[in-house]
Each structure stands twice: as C-alpha cells, then as structure tokens.
Design a protein around this ligand. Sequence first.
Ligand code: SF4
Ligand SMILES: [Zn+2]
Ligand SMILES: [Zn+2]
Length: 319
Amino acid sequence: MECNRCDEEAIMHAAYSGAHLCPDHFRESVVKRVRRRVRRDDLVPHDVTPEDPQTWVIGLSGGKDSVVLTQILHDTFAEDPRIELVGLTIHEGIEGYRDESLEACVELANDLEIRHEVVSYEEEFGIRMDDVVEDDPENMAACAYCGVFRRDVLSRYAEELEADLLLTGHNLDDEAQTAMMNFLEGDVEQIAKHFDASLGPLSEREEQSEFVPRAKPLRDVPEKEVALYAHVENLPAHITECPHSSEAYRGEIQQLLYGLEENHPGTRHSILAGYEDLASIAAEEFSGDDGAELQDCVECGSTTTRDVCRKCSLLESLA
Ligand code: SF4
Ligand SMILES: [Zn+2]
Ligand SMILES: [Zn+2]
C-alpha cells in the first residue's frame, strides 16, 4: 500500500483515520500531534522569556512512551532558550527491570545532551520494591505502595529542580483506560481533580499552589504508534514489563478497549475527547471546593490531608 501523501511504501495504517503513511510522513504526523497538544494545553506561558526560562521535568522511565516524549520535546525545544528540559528517572529497586531501562535513559540523555537525574527508593527511603513485595505488611498490590513512593519522589524533586511543569509519557491508550476507569467508578470529583492536576489547558486549571502542574502531551498518540515511532527512530527504549505489575482492573479495561477499537475504530479518541469535556465541566462545578483540608505531615512536612502522610505511614509499617 502506498503512503497517502507521497509514493513511498506505507509502514502503518490507522483504522481510526484511514491514513496509510510512509516512515517520514508517519514521523511527521506523530510530532505534529504532540506539538498541537503542547499548544492546546497552553504549556508554554505567553510571558516566558529566555532570561527566565521554564524548567520542564520529564518523568523518564526508559520505556518507549517516556523516551519518545523526551525525544520529541527535545526536537521541538532544543533551540528554544525559553524551555529547559530535565529527565528524572526513578529506580524502584526491581531486579532485572529498572537496571536495563536506566541504561536506556542514560543513553538517551547523553545523545540529546539534556540534564538527567536519577533517584532511587533505596537512597530516599531505604527500601527496595523487591523487598516491599516480599514483606507486604498492608496486604496490598505492589503498585499501591510503589505509586505512593513515586508521587512523593516526583513532587519533591520537581520542587527541588524548581520545575514549572512535570511531564509524563502517557499515551492515548493509557488515558482512555483511565477515563473509562474513572467513569465506571462513578467518582465525578475524581474526574474534576484529574482535570486540574494534569488534563486541562494550563490557563483553565484551578491554581494548585502546593503541586507542580502535570502534563501529558503524548496523549493523542495510540500506544502502537508510540512503539512504532520508537522503532522507526531507533530510540533506546526498554520493553519488558515490571514483574510486579498488578493492575488487574486496568488490564480488563484495556482488553475491553482493544475489542471496541477493533470493531469501532476511533473509540479511544472519542472516549478521551468526551471525558475531557466532561472533566472541564466537573472541574468548574467543584471549583473552590477543595474537599479535605490540606496540612503538613508531622513526620516529613509534605502536603497531606491527614496528620501523617500515606508515605510516612507505609514506611512505618515497612520498618
Ligand atoms: S508496575 Fe507497579 S510495581 Fe512496577 S514499577 Fe510500576 S507501579 Fe511500581
Ligand atoms: Zn509518505
Ligand atoms: Zn510524611
């Protein structure tokens, strides 16, 4: 099959758009979608100057999503003195998984000549996820612990690096799954929070002074296309899954969406578009109503809704 835009051989076909694209036009279309998202989400403030640049911290795991995001943001902003990119890699202490993906991160950061920071749970908290899974004092899934520690590290380092924005490589499949999960859980306030934390255009979000805003500029690109982009560009991405991955419910939703997409191409796009519109309305509805009172954790001082934050109480039970 020929590319729709030139006479080259197509390497991909997107059922949701009908497009057949050659490597060059495929690359171009991915980059275009990411740049359009950066614009639509107002990620570059209008008054930013080269004298006082923005620091964008990218959560760089070494998987295809974060590697592709980093590469495209670098291609977009390397010559722009208003934006400085920093890669932040978290080492959870998972044998045979993170060591290799860390190599991919180091290689990419070297190639692109961007600043790269590596933080480990071991150094931060004196724990390794492999041991946490073994102990499991709270009888929870591995990701429930890991997510609490990751959020803590990300927000602390984002502050330390004076980040203006924290970017992650969530793709269209990830975000459509999250949207479906939030719908099915029926928690509208959660949807409103999602808008203010990472989804809405920066200029429309409710100010959250205690958290660095987040953004997901890869969320218009389906997972398969992200993988193909990494392959076409020969990026150092690491593919294996975390051995402790345990998000059973997400897996179920993922299968459901694969089936729907197969029979009704474009479903992921329409789920996410509708979800974002609803989230915007929900955010408006809940605006100014921040629910629980925020306070400082008595142990570590981080922002929390209780006396001792979740991270400190988990560390306590792991001690
Ligand atoms: S899959 Fe779960 S345990 Fe593994 S790194 Fe991700 S959050 Fe942590
Ligand atoms: Zn072409
Ligand atoms: Zn604490």
